[in-house]
Write a protein that binds this ligand. Structure first.
Ligand code: PLP
Length: 386
């Protein structure tokens, strides 16, 4: 039997996952500081109210609408209006996940072997999506300046990474796991670069609404955009509803490029028609009520950051500057007793992610700010960083 090379993955458990499993099976109670699934972090959801629109009669109706139902796209438009952006409904395409949106866009702008630039450090899922779509990933560095701006895009290196095969630059705004927003200066430079070189700008804004107080941030869907730009987001983060599988692409830029892109995107979406009717029926209600869970999440982030700040003071660890998003990066001792930090933490009964998972150098740990407060306090207290 022949399986495709693109699915020729190393399927075994990684060393860290195996160590967690071994600790669990030896009866260890672990404090997990990495949980980022909001449905298991103790937030209150108005479940009956959120589920009600799924049983409305209109949820039973079906029509093939590749870009998504008009009322659902109107609701996304209204979400952007609240963010100061005017996005026409014919520039919106609904998808079942942000991952699916990436895949649609890779197929829209890349032929096999074409290149997409992504930041390092960043979110590990890109490797899989790109490989499935026969796209090559190239990296551009984010640099950390502890005394100044925190994380910044190395624009010089980014420009150097562009080749004749580069079709898109991906920006995660704010980035996962580093939590930096693209600054206005970076935004202008990226947009100009993409416009000049005929490259698409793909901006993942799933965490846009989770900015820390005072962080400068603006949706890339707002204001003038000289390049063809695709902004991605979805309700797994915006409404804390990952189980509902609804995301979108908002396209902006010069009219003739947007019109051509949307016509092709519509055919890609029509090929799958992956959105189901009930969630589209419910989307306006969910988006209108996003404030309930968002305020709980923002409060959790604020409290957990305050506890972390107190814990790292006077310790051997340091919190790296962030502006938003659900994760925080700690600079930690590279090794403790001959063991890498995350493995040493596991021996103390605490799970933190090794920074290497995200392309960070050794001596970095990634923690989820959604962690329930009791686990957060107890886990941080046990972390070997004194
Ligand atoms: C930066 C980023 N983009 C996209 C996603 C996935 O979003 P979705 O659930 O809409 O596929 C995640 C999930 O953690 C993420 O961190």
């Amino acid at each position: 039997m022949h399986f495709s090379n693109r699915t020729n993955w190393e399927l075994g458990q990684n060393e860290f996952a195996a160590a967690i499993e071994a600790a669990k099976s030896s009866g260890c109670e672990l404090l997990d500081l990495t949980v980022s699934n909001p449905t298991v972090c103790g937030f209150e959801y108005a479940a009956a109210d959120l589920l009600a629109p799924l049983s409305e009669p209109a949820a039973m109706q079906y029509a093939a609408e590749p870009l998504g139902r008009l009322a659902a796209r109107e609701a996304v438009r209204s979400y952007y209006r609240d963010a100061g952006a005017d996005v026409a409904v014919d520039r919106l395409c609904l998808t079942t996940s942000t991952s699916e949106a990436y895949s649609f866009l890779f197929r829209l702008v890349c032929d096999a072997g074409d290149e997409v630039l992504i930041a390092r450090p960043s979110y590990p899922l890109f490797d899989y999506i790109a490989r499935l779509d026969d796209v090559e990933l190239r990296e551009y560095p984010l640099l950390y300046d502890p005394h100044g701006a925190g994380w910044v895009v190395d624009l010089h290196a980014l420009e150097g990474a562009i080749s004749a095969k580069t079709r898109a630059i991906v920006v995660v705004h704010p980035n996962n796991p580093t939590g930096n927003f693209a600054s206005e200066v970076e935004r202008a430079a990226l947009a100009q670069l993409c416009a000049e070189r005929g490259i698409a700008l793909i901006v993942d804004e799933v965490f846009l609404d989770y900015a820390l107080a005072g962080a400068e941030h603006r949706s890339f869907a707002a204001g003038e955009m000289p390049a063809l730009c695709f902004v991605l987001s979805g309700i797994s983060k915006v409404c804390g509803l990952p189980q509902m599988k609804t995301s979108w692409i908002a396209t902006s830029g010069p009219d003739e490029l947007v019109i051509a892109a949307m016509a092709r995107l519509e055919v890609i979406a029509d090929t799958f028609l992956s959105m189901n009717a009930p969630v589209q029926q419910a989307l306006p209600h969910w988006l209108a009520n996003r404030g309930g869970v968002q305020s709980q999440i923002r409060e959790r982030m604020r409290m957990n950051l305050a506890v972390l700040d107190a814990r790292v003071r006077g310790s051997s660890a340091q919190m790296l500057a962030m502006q938003g998003g659900w994760t925080v990066v700690l600079r930690v001792p590279r090794e403790i007793g001959g063991k890498r930090f995350s493995f040493a933490a596991l021996e103390h009964g605490v799970i933190v992610q090794p920074g290497e998972f995200y392309g960070l150098p050794e001596g970095r740990a990634v923690l989820s700010l959604l962690t329930p407060p009791k686990i957060w306090r107890e886990g941080l207290a046990k972390l070997p960083m004194d």
